[in-house]
Ligand binder design. Sequence first.
Ligand code: G3H
Ligand code: 13P
Ligand code: ZN
Length: 331
Amino acid sequence: MIVTTKDLFEQAYGKYAVGAYNINNLEQTVGLFRGNLGKINSNDEPADPAASAPFIIQISRGARGFTDKRFLEAMIRAAEDVFPAAIFAVHLDHGTEEVCYDCIESGFYSSVMIDASHETFDKNIEITRRVVERAHERGLSVEAELGMLGGVEEDIQVSAEHACLTDPDQAVEFVERSGCDSLAVAIGTSHGAYKFTGSQGLHFDRIAQIQKLLPGFPLVMHGSSSVPKEWVDRINNAGGQLPNTSGVKEDQYLPAAKLGVTKVNIDTDGRLIWCAVYREMFRDKPADFDPRTPGKPFMAEYAKYIKHKNQMLGSAGQLEKVRAALAAQPA
Ligand code: G3H
Ligand code: 13P
Ligand code: ZN
């Protein structure tokens, strides 16, 4: 069942974080739905209530253009049928103003992200405000971004020295003037596989300052992959050449969630799992050329990873509570 992002945030705020996972293809979509219901190997396994989690499925501009956005939307609709127990929101990740309008008009999305964080403060507010007005007319909520994360996203690359943490006072002014419903904040993370080379981590002091000034307001953490060493090693053992880096420590998700980080964005880890499984197949079965040979273990590995990640986010086991809360809402 597709629900609003706002509904999911209302249930989660201050208690756990909702996983927001990017998809680009069929195997990722199936693995994601299975994992969020605790089904690992097949669509027909019974759902595991202790593992079942509400989630957000995110589509980036790159994902929309990869084949055709209609394929992704049709896959998500099909997944809704195949997995009737799932409760999830559909979100545009890192949208431009134009793409946000396209998603808003489509009637398919629960929420959009307008990313004008590379603009000046006033221009970011102005653009976000316009998107908020159009989105709210149609019942969608809007995520905006303030501050500059490091790393690569779509066609924008931000070097470490240009990345800057979100200023708490500016965050308050930004939310008031733009009318956005959630805010992506720069709190030490960056996009991609190369986040930390040492013992760096989240800036909890900064998250706490922002929450103090914006109590009850959902914050979003981008660049939240943990870049598991196990997967980097598996890629490199199968011919890959990834440097040794690390991502967000998984035991930092829940403390961040208690401070208002309600949505945690994860894409890179899924790509690493994909890369490892496919590389291993090419290494171990050089005479095999069936796309299902790597596709099947990938879906199982990805589902296992999602199940584990939801446990770390605290969203595992929350699905039935969310279902009950939604059913109790006045019509
Ligand atoms: O933050 C960016 C996401 O990981 C999406 O990546 O734009 O390459 O699809 P993408
Ligand atoms: P990662 O690169 O850490 O997976 O972050 C993804 C993201 O922020 C998507 O918006
Ligand atoms: Zn992002």
